[in-house]
Design a binder for this molecule. Structure first.
Ligand code: CTP
Length: 331
């Protein structure tokens, strides 16, 4: 059997596909040394039924949304839909992957058994560091308790600028090469330099809060980015154009500025990010988030309110789910 140590497998529910999941995917990708070809990171994503059965709670984001969101991750080479909840050697063998990668927490199935026991026993299990402070449970808790953050403070901006994750999440598909630019307020001085010569004349700009970053956002970014698509996106983004995303804090947000920036940076359609933009100082061809011309895809129905409504509509279910995870509402 031809197993390639430079073809890695990572699997999960990826509910919300938040920046903690992206961090695990990025760390997995970075296990493969720079310049290794061929190489790949295969992302197995569980279906809704298996999650309900094994995790005892229904995911907030539906399987098609989770598949597509994971597919848009810059470090993911391929998504395998309906990946089995308990990881088996045969699944990795079928994709020629030698190792599975997982965060340093234990995942159990419906019987309380470690989902990776067989992989551990056969020496095919690699560990990466779980990202603290973010989880699906935590995001549900914030929504159930109405914990929104208004505006973006000087401290929040300073924290993200100093965060070493910023340059890591700005890397290219191999998780090593420089790729995205990161700017603060205007285009004067990049905080992170990207892997190409930045030319404002060939950039397309879209601005928004990107709270609970989801496939509704991603579809709009893709529409602007992909030159082959018909419609507003194709007209805006000519061959060789770069997509610059401004991350504002105009409305109260469930995610911190850092979380929103890292989520947007993980998206394969993004070439540069402007944190807390001074829009008037940006000499860029500007598009509006939620422009109807860009909201025409499979996930056009999805926005932040739809996600909040899902959780509110099944409030008891999510309260019980979080309580089982040790995060009761009255915490
Ligand atoms: N992960 C991580 N950091 C987090 C959350 C998840 O590194 N804050 C990793 C997990 O360790 C796993 C992968 O992301 O390797 C997919 O996790 P998933 O199956 O979605 O489940 P959870 O770990 O339960 O994620 P969450 O608590 O957010 O639901």
């Amino acid at each position: 059997m031809n197993l390639d140590p430079n073809r890695l497998w990572i699997d999960g529910c990826f509910d919300f596909t938040h920046h903690g999941h992206c961090g695990a995917i990025l760390q997995a990708r970075r296990i493969i040394p720079a310049g290794t070809e061929p190489s790949a990171l295969i992302c197995g994503v569980h279906n809704d039924r298996d999650i309900l059965l094994n995790k005892g709670g229904q995911p907030v984001m539906q399987e098609q949304e989770r598949y597509e969101h994971t597919r848009s991750n810059r470090w993911c080479s391929e998504v395998i839909e309906d990946a089995p909840y308990v990881t088996q050697p045969a699944v990795l063998d079928a994709h020629h992957c030698k190792y599975v990668v997982h965060g340093d927490d234990i995942s159990t199935d419906a019987n309380g058994e470690d989902c990776y026991q067989v992989m551990k026993d056969t020496g095919r299990f690699l560990v990466v560091k779980r990202t603290e402070g973010v989880s699906t449970t935590e995001l549900i808790h914030r929504i159930l308790t109405g914990s929104e953050i208004c505006g973006c403070s000087k401290e929040a901006v300073e924290a993200i600028i100093k965060d070493e994750k910023l340059s890591l999440y700005a890397t290219g598909p191999d998780g090593h090469a420089r790729w995205c630019y990161v700017f603060h307020q205007n285009l004067d001085q990049p905080i992170v330099s990207g892997g190409y010569a930045f030319n404002p004349a060939r950039a397309v700009y879209i601005e928004g809060d990107f709270d609970l970053f989801h496939v509704g956002h991603i579809e709009q970014l893709r529409a602007l980015r992909e030159t082959s698509d018909a419609g507003a996106g194709a007209r805006a983004c000519q061959e060789g154009s770069k997509l610059v995303v401004g991350i504002t804090s105009k409305n109260p947000c469930y995610m911190t500025l850092t979380e929103r920036v890292l989520s947007v940076l993980s998206c394969r359609y993004v070439d540069a990010v402007v944190i807390d933009p001074k829009t008037a100082e940006l000499p860029l061809n500007r598009h509006e988030l939620d422009d109807t011309a860009l909201r025409t895809g499979r996930f056009a129905y999805l926005d932040r309110n739809v996600i909040v409504d899902r959780i509110q509509a099944a409030r008891d279910h999510y309260m019980q789910r979080n309580a089982r995870k040790g995060v009761p509402l009255e915490q």
